[in-house]
Design a protein around this ligand. Structure first.
Ligand code: ZN
Length: 203
């Protein structure tokens, strides 16, 4: 019922995100669930490009989308994210307690709305994207000069979940590794550290 990324696992600089979505209402069906699952996993499985050194931290998105056409209430959906399927032409909304997507939502809309499920906010006001974020998936992708960027969005998700990619900053510090190991229920880290050659990049 809440918007929630279920789990982030980390192996060195590689990340796997897990996300459960239940689509419901009379327009929900297995074919639509399969289509949305494919769109989400293909678009969000990409590299975080480190601003500091252009290293890359690959993210694999493993969303699972299931259809519940006989259910009409979000509280009946056991997945962390319940999305009601609206008729064609509906303008998608992904508020914390109200997530309604059109059955004909285009690929980038499904991808953008999934960003909200993972806790991201819009980077546009009306038709105008915020300066510096014109290509971001969370900005206005209809006016996106392209190619659409996911790196900043994925990095924000890591930050919001108290994870970091050591490849962007040289080695992870013992402190952050310990913090990861002691962190909450939002996922697990195996505590691996990245290659330990250059701690001076923390400057
Ligand atoms: Zn949005």
């Amino acid at each position: 019922m809440q918007r929630k990324l279920d789990k982030i696992t980390q192996a060195g600089c590689k990340f796997t995100f897990e996300l459960g979505i239940g689509i419901y209402g009379p327009r929900a069906n297995a074919a639509l669930a399969a289509s949305w699952q494919s769109i989400i996993n293909s678009h969000w499985s990409t590299d975080i490009v480190c601003a500091s050194n252009q290293n890359r931290c690959p993210v694999t998105m493993k969303a699972t989308v299931s259809a519940y056409p006989s259910k009409n209430w979000s509280y009946e959906i056991s997945e962390s994210n319940a999305v009601y399927v609206e008729d064609a032409g509906y303008r998608d909304i992904s508020a914390p307690l109200y997530k309604h997507w059109a059955k004909d939502a285009d690929d980038l809309t499904v991808t953008h709305e999934t960003g909200h499920l993972m806790g991201l906010f819009d980077l546009y006001i009306g038709k105008y994207s915020l300066p510096g974020f014109e290509n971001d998936i969370m900005a206005n992708y209809y006016s996106d000069p392209g190619p659409t960027q996911y790196s900043g969005a994925l990095a924000s998700i890591l930050f919001n979940n108290k994870k970091g990619c050591g490849c962007c900053f040289g080695a992870q510090t013992p402190k952050s590794a310990a913090a990861d190991a002691a962190s909450d229920d939002s996922g697990s880290s195996n505590g691996q550290t990245s290659p330990t050659d250059d701690s001076s990049e923390y400057a």
